[in-house]
Write a protein that binds this ligand. Sequence first.
Ligand SMILES: Nc1ncnc2c1ncn2[C@@H]1O[C@H](COP(=O)(O)OP(=O)(O)OP(=O)(O)O)[C@@H](O)[C@H]1O
Length: 304
Amino acid sequence: MTDAIRTHEVTKRYGDLTAVDRLDLTVEEGEVFGFLGHNGAGKSTTINMLLDFARPTEGRIEVFGIDSREDSVAAREHMGVLPEGYGVYEGLTGREHVRFAMESKGVGGDPMDLLDRVNIADAADRKAGGYSKGMAQRMVLAMALVGEPDLLVLDEPTTGLDPGGAKAMREIILAENERGATVFFSSHILEQVEAVADRVGIMHEGRLAAVDTIEGLRETAGGGTKLLVTLANPSADHAEAVAATDGVDSVRFDDEERLVVTCSDAAKLDAVVALRDVGADVLDFSTEESSLEDLFVEYTRGDA
Ligand SMILES: Nc1ncnc2c1ncn2[C@@H]1O[C@H](COP(=O)(O)OP(=O)(O)OP(=O)(O)O)[C@@H](O)[C@H]1O
């Protein structure tokens, strides 16, 4: 199977600054891939090179096996794109925007079907210059969906959307994937990524710090379990006793003075027993899987 995206040792430098550093990234056909990272990590720069808006200083990128620079038109034919900082034509309506996208792609159909899907059918005949940020975002998404692209590239797709809009975005991503599209989207909103992505790549200072399924990241990060313990008499001695238990990775108190313990599955009970042994009065305890947020913090430690 041809990969949807393949970058080969891609580097982008702006003067002394290395925005992307020898990136080798593969997005397989048919997957939803979440591209994560803090502000300035290099996500947009990577996407801009993929779209041939920016030229790699070194390396090359293939989209369905097509070189994104040498044959950028053919590569773009596979893609529907929601770029960062897209522009709208202020004087054109939403319907006209989508019709324009259809004509450019040589696709027939009714623009209203797409505007309906992104929930701005009511505003189809208003000029886009008067749209709110979220409405403009939805309209550009409708344009990206034109012609059932093989690959959707979405740069921070939920920025500017209200909670309802963000949920609709997730549903559209999943529906497009169901139809067979590969989806590559960047975000720093972890819950969004966790909810829809088959795999995630975490960018940190221009490099790919990790790439895996969320489950795989959890395993690699170790301490797959988080134990929350409510004590009647919380004290530093209790935390120390837990920290000294085999299989425990970290111990801290949260804002509610609950003890938060990350540990291997097998160490959970040992931790509770250790607490009882030092006279802690355990009122309650529960376990949680470590969230993608915990992993993200772990992989990007040292960032401001
Ligand atoms: N045209 C440019 N000229 C100079 N530096 C740039 C340019 N574009 C990006 N950079 C720098 O490259 C680095 C990576 O930026 P990039 O926009 O790719 O990050 P990002 O991960 O998309 O961040 P954000 O989440 O804020 O969009 C930053 O330090 C940024 O200042």
